[in-house]
Design a binder for this molecule. Structure first.
Ligand code: AMP
Ligand code: MG
Length: 414
């Protein structure tokens, strides 16, 4: 067995970011910028009002209340050329350009209009309710450096710059394959000895959730020639290939055998010192450099292996710098018992944040690697180092694998 960190170093060290290319701005959510973007336009593009009210000269409100002559009205999108002179005010709407001569805005709630005059109730300071041009983004300012993850806010910031396409690391195209003679796809009754293919659906969904492009490679039987065919083809159309099953030490674990033959020099079959997900086959195809992950077949193992290896590796392909799920320290709600076996255990668990801001964790009853239902109910993996476990009340490290599902579901485990 090799330590998890060594296995991760081998896998992650074999991966590099996909070459940046131009994509439409609206297709770039979650992508990583390949080039820096410097502002060519100020934001706001012109000085404007942040309130519905009156634009005026602040000095005219000395000794308020004062009465000013209303000489016009300006709404957003419609500039006003006339200059505001002493004793004058202009009705102005939020977002409308501040007219020449005016240096402040008074909100409508602090005025009283009467015919063509308006009474200003209190003294106004220059700059009140005025949004200066360039005070969000100035021309020449670095709005996003290379490596920035394009969040919805960044898409808006770039749209503000008139950007319609951006140079980003593309979303990896990932092929997902299930292997095993026992696997069948719904619908229909199961024949003796057959099981339904769960992993492909899980792994495709995990990939889709990351925003990657997915290629469903289907199911392949325990047949060396067929596995060679599908993997060789997949390597030419995908940036990464993820398989499950066939990487253990059984007589029909042929994915490992095929990967060893196809990528003899780069391939490593590893027994990682973790439970679940001990076996892992990983290599890069010689011609294309496409990484191939041979994940174990047990559904929980496949998912855990995805979290520990596939997700961070494909985040490298995507240009991300932060690779891993957050890990927090959580208080164990009950004793967590385990046997020493030289492995790090990653237990299916639920964490919640209590009202005082303390993370609390409960581990599931069903911890076998085929018990996918317990994984479905989990939102975290509790990391229990080798030894005999942890008593209730102790702090343990917990990897948050479902950050969107943290506080919403009550603590209840099978
Ligand atoms: P293997 O790694 O091929 O020895 O498979 C380990 C266990 O996982 C066996 O019980 C398989 O039947 C099961 N398994 C393999 N692939 C899948 C899959 N795609 N969906 C559900 N179970 C699977
Ligand atoms: Mg198998």
């Amino acid at each position: 067995m090799i330590p998890l960190e060594e296995a991760r170093q081998f896998v992650l060290g074999s991966c590099s970011a996909l070459a940046p290319r131009s994509v439409l701005l609206d297709d770039a959510l979650g992508c990583v910028l390949g080039v820096p973007i410097v502002a060519s336009e100020p934001v706001p593009p012109f000085t404007n009002s942040s309130m519905d009210g009156y634009a005026l000269r602040a000095q005219d409100t000395r000794g308020a209340p004062v009465s000013l002559e209303v000489v016009g009205s300006i709404s957003a999108g419609r500039p006003f050329d006339a200059t505001v002179k002493a004793g004058q005010a202009v009705r102005i709407m939020t977002g409308a350009p501040l007219p020449p001569g005016a240096d402040a805005v008074v909100m409508i709630e602090e005025t009283r209009a009467l015919g063509s005059t308006v009474t200003i109730e209190r003294e106004i300071q220059a700059g009140d309710f005025v949004r200066q041009s360039g005070l969000d983004v100035a021309v020449g300012e670095l709005v996003a450096e290379a490596g920035t993850v394009l969040t919805p806010a960044y898409l808006g910031v770039l749209a503000d710059q008139g950007v319609t396409s951006v140079v980003v690391h593309p979303r990896p195209r990932v092929g997902v394959l299930s292997s095993g003679d026992e696997l069948v796809e719904a619908p229909g009754p199961l024949l003796p000895g057959k099981i339904r293919d769960a992993n492909r659906h899980t792994l495709l969904a995990l990939s889709r959730r990351e925003g990657w492009e997915c290629v469903d490679l289907g199911i392949v039987g325990d047949d060396e020639a067929a596995i060679v065919d599908v993997l060789t083809h997949a390597a030419t159309i995908c940036d990464a290939v993820v398989t499950s099953g066939g990487v253990s030490v059984g007589d029909h674990d042929l994915v490992r055998v095929v990967l060893e033959k196809l990528s003899a020099r780069t391939m490593r079959w590893m027994q990682v010192a973790i439970r679940p997900a001990k076996p892992l086959a990983f290599g890069t195809f010689p011609d294309t450099g496409t990484p191939v992950f041979g994940l174990p077949g047990n559904p929980v193992s496949a998912m855990v292996s995805f979290e520990l290896f596939v997700r961070p590796a494909l985040r490298i392909l995507s240009g991300y710098r932060s690779l891993d799920r957050p890990i927090v320290a959580a208080v164990a709600e009950a004793d967590v018992r385990r046997r020493p076996d030289g492995k790090l255990h990653l237990l299916r668990a639920r964490v919640t944040l209590d009202r005082l801001g303390t993370w609390r964790v409960t581990t599931a009853q069903r911890q076998e690697s085929h018990q996918l239902h317990a994984m479905a109910k989990a939102n975290a993996l509790a990391l229990i180092p080798d030894g005999t476990g942890v008593p209730a009340g102790d702090s343990i490290k917990v990897m948050l694998i479902d950050p969107d599902e943290l506080a919403t579901v009550p603590l209840e485990l099978s």
